[in-house]
Design a protein around this ligand. Sequence first.
Ligand code: ZN
Ligand code: ZN
Length: 302
Amino acid sequence: MDVGAHVKAAGGLLASLARGEALGCDVVQLFTQSPRQWRPTAHAPEALAAYRAAGAAHGSIRATFCHATYLINLAAKQPSLVEQSTATLADNLRVATAIGASGVVLHVGSHLGAGLEAVTGQVTTALRQALDTAETAAGEACCRLLLENAAGAGGTVGRSFDELARLLEAAGDDRLGVCLDTQHLFASGVPYRTVEEADAAVAALDRAVGLERLACLHLNDSKVALGANRDRHENLGEGEIGRDGLACLLGHPALQTVPAILEVPGDGDGPRAKDVTVARELVADGLARRAGGRPGRPARRR
Ligand SMILES: [Zn+2]
Ligand SMILES: [Zn+2]
């Protein structure tokens, strides 16, 4: 399993690639514009091309994922907000495609109590429109758009595998995939504290969505309890899921080709090199458990 981290994009896109390398990442995730502002960053075409070339030739980082702007809410009630969200998402996708990213991870938004049924049409229309707009602007096929499972707060869309499945089915678009956040999964009420529970969780995802749609994991422990419905990331092994639970999930054979991206707090400044190391230990631990090895005695991958 490839392991990596969300890295800061300060100092330009290429700096984030170097930052990921310094952390020991196989994959990186970055924001291509400030995640809490609508205003897009004006990347020069040369900067986008330079990242794409450097990424393609990189010795250790094998893939880049981008995270969409947090302000986007495709399930909003106000048409102007949906329009602005769709345009921003399209631009996020255009930039991600230009830098050669494997996908853009999206929090679909919140219907604020209206119910998924009421917003399914508007959300799927917006998703397809953003992808089409991005392809036209980029002049090439767009990278994948990955709907992230939600922790389940308020009216967040994507709080269950069934909700994600209903959106994917309604959209009927192969450019859409899924990103599974381990903290959101736990907070939404899905346990995976034993191998059996982890197997059941992955089987449920496969039944509802199909594992071929799963493009990446967001790998985080949880500050909140199972089913608490809050999005609160914790460092691996220091939260409510703990090392055992994370290892049980990460060792699942069907997940070994899916990259895992850390979004943990670290010391308050995001993932550290030692967090990436812990992630690798947990993968090794999880594989050993399933191979009948000694749980809790992970082998170093490298
Ligand atoms: Zn996210
Ligand atoms: Zn989160």
